[in-house]
Design a binder for this molecule. Structure first.
Ligand code: ADP
Ligand code: F6P
Length: 472
């Protein structure tokens, strides 16, 4: 078994098996923020990625991807049901997102969560060379830092949570809250997207575990655990380069022509998730048409919603509701050859996404709660000519970094309609000023600066940092 000096542990590997048009099995990059964030980074270093390949049964042996070793963790059908679909995505996910859907608690799911976390910890222990840095990602694996420290006290262990960390009044609902906090505290550094999340965590540790904690460090069992905010980002330069490629520019123009060259194109790109505010957005848009403020001939909405977690009940209900609503709106307001909403559920490659971003005048990113939202950042990075408007929910982590966006409370339908109209009617100088400021921010705060700041805090010797990230 080859071992690495850097091991990333995430529920999902950066590639997923999918079926090609000719029926053959092929591997493609998995959609989702975590992979988008870490994939560009690891291409530069000999690292191992420990994760699940998306199926059940024995782990497939995978070739290296861009020089990164793929270490597959096998999951049984029961593990997937009770760990991934159960505790991770029907208990923790809704609870951490303001309980916008009701979190479900089952003791059997907790047992699976422990069992699967143990398996990931063992795989990480196997893959790490002596003294290696192991970077554990996200809410699926909150027990891994503690379990891994028991197996391999020689390692430097980091944990980063990509999703929001809830306020104490919500977290306190969890039947196994103390164990989850203790698991995270196995890390040397616990990172969050926002300072408020680090504050929530410190408060909970103090209250539930009765351990002195402030928003920067916690002392526990003779060790110091540091905590902090490290807002994740994107490969800004890569997205800008893609958006400038002649074939992508031509594709954007072609897409616009195919839409009938309307005056305004509004775009949304989401995983099909109830946290993304898709239903509220559709309602606001359809009311604007019904009120006569928006004419379907002038303004079209392109909604990309790639299906996600399809066996979880709440996601099935959402997809049915969204598709019914899209059908209703198109039936009521569309004309032959002129639907009000262009609805797409396909995964796209990066170039096609860049073309969509370049084509759209307004990007509507209106989640009810989101750890960061990388789509918002991708849109900004793709607007290399400083045109376009970003409509952004106040409840997305990215809103704290992009105050020049048209910020909106997605729960306030009238407010959503007003801000959408404001963005549609904004003058070019206003839009250019906003976009320029947002692009300048992202050119300084990209995925490399995120990794640099996290790894510098985790590995004070700096040796790993020099190898992993390009000079900043
Ligand atoms: P989340 O992590 O909740 O999925 P983010 O907005 O942070 O939300 O990240 C979503 C990532 O998935 C982005 O990098 C985006 O480009 C990608 N993505 C979203 N929809 C698609 C799609 N239809 N095809 C390919 N990639 C997608
Ligand atoms: O951070 C949110 C997250 O769970 C990521 O871990 C992942 O990239 C994305 O959502 C997609 O989710 P899933 O792996 O469940 O398809």
């Amino acid at each position: 078994m080859r071992q690495s000096s850097l091991v990333v542990v995430a529920n999902r590997l950066p590639i997923d098996d999918s079926v090609a048009p000719d029926g053959a099995c092929e591997w493609r990059r998995s959609p989702g923020g975590l992979v988008s964030a870490l994939h560009p980074l690891l291409r530069q270093t000999p690292a191992t990625w420990v994760g699940w390949a998306g199926g059940t049964g024995p782990a497939p042996a995978l070739a290296d991807v861009d020089g990164v070793r793929m270490h597959t963790v096998p999951l049984t059908a029961e593990d997937v049901r009770d760990h991934y679909e159960g505790f991770a995505n029907a208990t923790l996910w809704p609870l951490y997102h303001d309980a916008v859907e009701q979190p479900v608690y089952h003791r059997r799911w907790w047992e699976a969560y422990q069992r699967v976390n143990q398996r990931f910890a063992e795989a990480a222990a196997e893959a790490a060379e002596p003294g290696a840095v192991v970077w554990v990602q996200d809410y699926h694996l909150q027990l891994v830092p503690g379990l891994l420290r028991e197996l391999r006290p020689d390692l430097r262990i980091g944990f980063f949570l990509h999703v929001p960390f809830p306020p104490p009044e919500l977290f306190m609902q969890l039947p196994r809250r103390a164990e989850l906090l203790r698991g995270m505290l196995g890390a040397d550094l616990v990172g969050f997207q926002r300072a408020q999340a680090a504050h929530n965590f410190a408060q909970l540790v103090a209250h539930v575990l009765d351990v002195p904690a402030d928003d920067r460090r916690i002392s526990l069992d003779g060790r110091e655990v540091r905590i902090g905010a490290f807002p994740v980002s994107i490969d800004t330069a890569e997205m800008a380069a893609l958006a400038t490629r002649p074939d992508v520019v031509a594709r954007a123009a072609r897409l616009r022509r195919d839409l009938g060259n309307p005056a305004h194109v509004i775009l949304s790109v989401d995983r099909m998730d109830y946290t993304k505010g898709i239903e509220q957005r559709l309602k606001a848009y359809s009311e604007l048409i019904a009120d006569g403020h928006v004419k379907v001939r002038d303004t079209v909405l392109v909604q990309v919603a790639v299906p996600s977690r399809e066996r979880v009940g709440q996601y099935q209900v959402l997809r049915d509701r969204v598709e019914r609503e899209v059908g209703r709106i198109n039936g009521e307001f569309g004309r032959v050859g002129e639907p009000a909403i262009h609805y797409l559920t396909q995964p796209f490659d990066r170039a096609e996404l860049a073309a969509l971003y370049r084509m759209a005048d307004i990007m509507a990113v209106t989640p009810l709660r989101d750890g960061m939202n990388l789509v918002a950042k991708e849109y900004v990075a793709a607007r290399v000519d400083d045109t376009g408007a970003l409509l952004l929910s106040e409840f997305a982590g990215s809103a704290a970094e992009l105050p020049e966006a048209f910020l909106v409370n997605p729960h306030d339908l009238d407010g959503l309609k007003l801000i959408l109209m404001e963005a549609l009617q904004a003058d070019r100088t206003d839009l250019t000023g906003r976009m320029r400021a947002m692009r300048a921010h992202l050119s300084r705060h990209d995925i490399h600066s995120w990794a640099r700041s996290y790894l510098a805090a985790l590995d004070s010797s700096g040796s790993l940092l020099n190898r992993v990230v390009s000079p900043g």
